[in-house]
Design a protein around this ligand. Structure first.
Ligand code: ADP
Length: 459
């Protein structure tokens, strides 16, 4: 009997707005890197295309160099040159697109939140396809992510497949249906999409306004397969309450829509080799965890009087989705119960950032509470390692990675049962789940009392 021939790997190209650790805002960045590494390990050829942001962490890119060919791409009736850079991130080949456009789309000092984000990312989506076409690449899969690169799906089938870039099938992953990138329909013309053809209820037209287009809806309609980041969230977004106006579209396309639970990159998040930590440790040698707790308390100026005093932490973007009022409540409740609390987070929303700045000044030099309102990669590793418990009280959560990272570092998650948290955190007292899968504390109602009792509960 002859063995089946080993199939050569697939050629997968990710087109994305984030990639950890160089350009990361949240979980999307982790997933683009983690998934690409996992596919590469399985023998697939994986390449990533990113914008060349000025604010990237360039010290984490190896062998960065400009290619000697420029790619011309269409925008607003003209052709613009793009300088193409190539480099290696975490062993993965990455192309960076630097548009030579007077608006300096990616020279803004931040990744998102600009007034012209729709233009910036529709330009990028088109330039990325142009790069694939002009470089003569023949990928099997083009994988685009979130609304910023959702334009790739309609652009591919309407413009690029006819030009001969037609080897690929399109996979679109939505990491959060809250962000849909809708805009007045006319804006879509800038990147060459046909407004007349696409601003229709069965195509890109937003389900709540005839004058607006919705990039996420366009990607759902035009991709070959559409995924989101957990099975529970995939169910939730197919309901009127959870779908953010897209539930009818997702139900119509349910045959190609599937929820796949994210994982974490267990090399990047590994307490046994993590160089950010005071000392490395593992599940079979947890003494080091106590040393990390002591070191972090010293670093942050928290009381070290009682090594057994529980340390509860939270690392998050401070946006309503994350249950901001519950995070605040958990902080006060932890103090009442005699624990210590650390929050690492920042907010793109001014009034939330202000509110937490108020709390920071209230707790200046406090023995048991520390709030650090910024993005800090190395501190995040040290907090995961030092904590005893980790709270994730999200109102909704497509997948959530922080509960997985916390578990990897031996911190017990306390999570609300929603979305991907429901697929990854199983309560110690839940008799319906086999004992060996129970790994944390969960609560259902998004109220302060339920969270409080989870913090208090012992098993
Ligand atoms: P989301 O994608 O909604 O932000 P996830 O839980 O999927 O949430 O991913 C969050 C990722 O961002 C995790 O890797 C977490 O450690 C990281 N993170 C969030 N806030 C900060 C911060 N202030 N500093 C460092 N890392 C952060």
């Amino acid at each position: 009997i002859s063995k089946a021939p080993t199939s050569p790997g697939l050629h997968v190209v990710h087109i994305a707005a984030e990639m950890a650790p160089v350009a990361k805002v949240g979980g999307l960045g982790d997933v683009v890197t983690g998934l690409s590494k996992a596919l590469q390990k399985k023998g697939h050829l994986v390449e990533i295309i990113l914008p060349k942001y000025d604010c990237m962490q360039y010290d984490r890119v190896r062998d960065l160099r400009a290619l000697d060919f420029e790619v011309e791409s269409y925008f607003e009736g003209r052709l613009f040159k793009n300088k193409i850079w190539i480099g290696t991130i975490e062993g993965l080949p990455v192309y960076f697109i630097e548009p030579l456009h007077p608006d300096k789309f990616f020279w803004r000092g931040q990744f998102y939140g600009e007034h012209d984000d729709f233009k910036r990312f529709s330009f990028f989506s088109r330039a990325a396809l142009e790069l694939l076409l002009q470089a003569g690449k023949k990928p099997d899969i083009i994988h685009c992510h979130d609304w910023q690169t959702a334009f790739v799906a309609p652009l591919y089938w309407d413009l690029y497949a006819p030009k001969g870039l037609n080897s690929a099938r399109i996979c679109f992953t939505c990491h959060n249906f809250e962000y849909q990138g809708t805009a007045p329909a006319s804006e879509m013309a800038s990147c060459g999409l046909d407004v007349q053809q696409l601003n229709r209820p069965d195509r890109m037209q937003d389900n709540s306004s005839h004058e607006r287009v919705n990039p996420i809806k366009g990607a759902v309609v035009f991709s070959n397969i559409v995924t989101t980041v957990s099975p529970t969230y995939a169910q939730e977004v197919r309901t009127a309450e959870g779908g953010r106006g897209l539930h009818t579209t997702l139900n119509l396309h349910s045959k190609k829509f599937i929820g796949i639970l994210n994982g974490i990159d267990t090399d990047a998040w590994n307490p046994a080799s993590d160089s950010f930590l005071e000392v490395q440790y593992s599940a079979t040698d947890v003494l080091g965890k106590a040393e990390n707790k002591s070191a972090l308390r010293r670093q942050l100026g928290l009381s070290r009087a009682n090594p057994r005093q529980p340390l509860v932490s939270c690392i998050t973007r401070l946006v309503p989705q994350k249950g901001v009022h519950l995070i605040r409540h958990a902080m006060y409740r932890t103090m009442e119960l005699g624990g210590q609390f650390i929050l690492l987070g920042s907010s793109p929303i001014l009034h939330i950032q202000r509110e937490f700045e108020g709390i920071v000044s209230q707790f200046q030099n406090h023995d048991h509470v520390r709030l650090i309102l910024k993005y800090d990669e190395s501190l995040s590793h040290r907090i995961y390692a030092a904590s005893d418990m980790f709270i994730i009280p999200s109102i909704f959560e497509p997948c959530g990675l922080t509960q997985m990272i916390a578990m990897r570092y031996g911190s017990i998650p306390i999570a609300r049962k929603t979305g991907g948290l429901n697929d990854s955190v199983f309560d110690v007292d839940d008799d319906t789940v086999p004992l060996q899968f129970r790994n944390g504390f969960t609560f259902l109602n998004a109220d302060e009392q339920k969270l409080g009792s989870s913090l208090f509960r012992r098993s």
